[in-house]
Design a protein. Structure first.
Length: 382
């Protein structure tokens, strides 16, 4: 929609605050975004497109609301833009509900500061802007809560589904042992019970870690002097037992340091499991362990469909799954990569993704070889 269509009947953009808003639209967005990154921790690391989200469209509708002859009386009248914004903040960012309220507060302050630089707003213009922002807050917060509740309901449904599998398998094999306690296959049945319980435990641990990370906490670590290769080798062996000989481990030298074995093992298993789900079945999955400059690296690479750049910023957020995963029907909670992020950050490191159609997808855990000094630093709220 062009600026000239703000007023009803194509009568021009009008004058006053409407014209000033349209003329300063980009400046308002820039000033608002700058304040957001300074005052809202969840906004600091967001990409510009995700941060501004529906803001350009909202400013357009605010201009319509204060245009003298436009039928829109408030920015949200006849529009779901605020609801969409609230929902996207849940699905696409780490924003909390209070962050959502704060961003509209900052928008209100930025609007008034810019629009009143040359002349004061009229009482009608001020009331319209205030009513528009207030309604936007109410609608966005309502949508935020509804979407969050929907995600939780989906999580519980998926949780029940995913836990039923290993628990049922454990029950079946326990029943076989009860019926034939002296049978030759008892060790095999017992091993299946252990494997099933381990699978259920991994699912629950991923959920607990994700909840802790999303709440701004840090995954608790028990650091031990060990060789990172042994941790990764155990993870690879577990995945081979479940998925077959699809994995190639490349670990040319010892990588000794202080690591938390269980979180890192589960992180590798989560990355390897993702590679199985989304990688091509005709090529191996390569897991590499290496070191440089007192840092340790775990790389998990698979060939196959790549992850588009615009979808990468949301990969490590709880309950978020890529469109390809949803369309393909792959089971999952959207928590595995959150656990990986939590494990990497708890060690004082990071997790990154590199995905191109020609090269496939690589996830890299990058952590210090000695994470003990980092454990004294406070966790940052998300």
């Amino acid at each position: 929609m062009s600026d000239e269509s703000v007023s009803a009947g194509g009568e021009g953009v009008g004058s006053g605050a409407c014209a000033r808003l349209l003329a300063n639209r980009e400046r308002i967005i820039a000033l608002w975004a700058e304040r957001m990154r300074k005052e809202v921790p969840a906004a600091a690391g967001e990409s510009h497109p995700l941060l501004i989200d529906t803001m350009p469209a909202l400013l357009r509708q605010l201009a319509e609301a204060i245009a003298p002859r436009h039928p829109r009386r408030t920015a949200t009248e006849g529009s779901t833009i605020a609801e969409e914004h609230g929902g996207e903040r849940v699905r696409m960012t780490r924003f909390r509900l209070e962050d959502l309220i704060t961003e509209y507060k900052l928008l209100r302050e930025t609007l008034f500061a810019v629009l009143e630089e040359q002349e004061p707003l009229t009482e009608v213009e001020r009331n319209t802007l205030n009513a528009s922002v207030d309604q936007s807050i109410a609608k966005a917060c309502t949508a935020y809560v509804l979407v969050e509740e929907g995600l939780r309901e989906r999580l519980l449904a998926t949780l029940a589904h995913d836990l039923r599998g290993p628990l049922s398998a454990a029950k079946v094999n326990a029943g076989l042992i009860q019926r034939k306690p002296a049978g030759e296959q008892v060790p095999q049945w017992a091993a299946r019970i252990t494997e099933s319980i381990d699978r259920a435990d991994r699912l629950v641990q991923n959920l607990l870690d994700a909840m802790r990370v999303q709440a701004g906490g840090r995954v608790p670590l028990t650091l031990e002097a060990c060789d990172l290769r042994d941790i990764v080798r155990q993870a690879v062996e577990n995945q081979q037992a479940e998925h077959g000989a699809r994995f190639v481990l490349v670990a040319p030298e010892p990588v000794r340091g202080y690591f938390a074995q269980d979180p890192l093992r589960r992180a590798v298993e989560n990355l390897a499991g993702n590679a199985v789900k989304y990688g091509t079945t005709s090529r191996p999955i390569t897991i590499t362990v290496r070191q440089t400059h007192e840092r340790a690296f775990i790389l998990v690479h698979n060939h196959g469909g790549h992850i588009p750049a615009e979808q990468q910023p949301t990969l490590f957020q709880a309950y978020h799954r890529l469109p390809a995963a949803e369309a393909g029907g792959a089971q999952g909670w959207g928590l595995g990569l959150v656990q990986v992020r939590g494990a990497a950050e708890a060690h004082g490191g990071s997790i990154s993704v590199d995905s191109l159609p020609e090269r496939g997808t690589s996830f890299t855990i990058d952590i210090p070889k000695d994470s003990r000094p980092f454990q004294q630093r406070p966790a940052l709220a998300r």
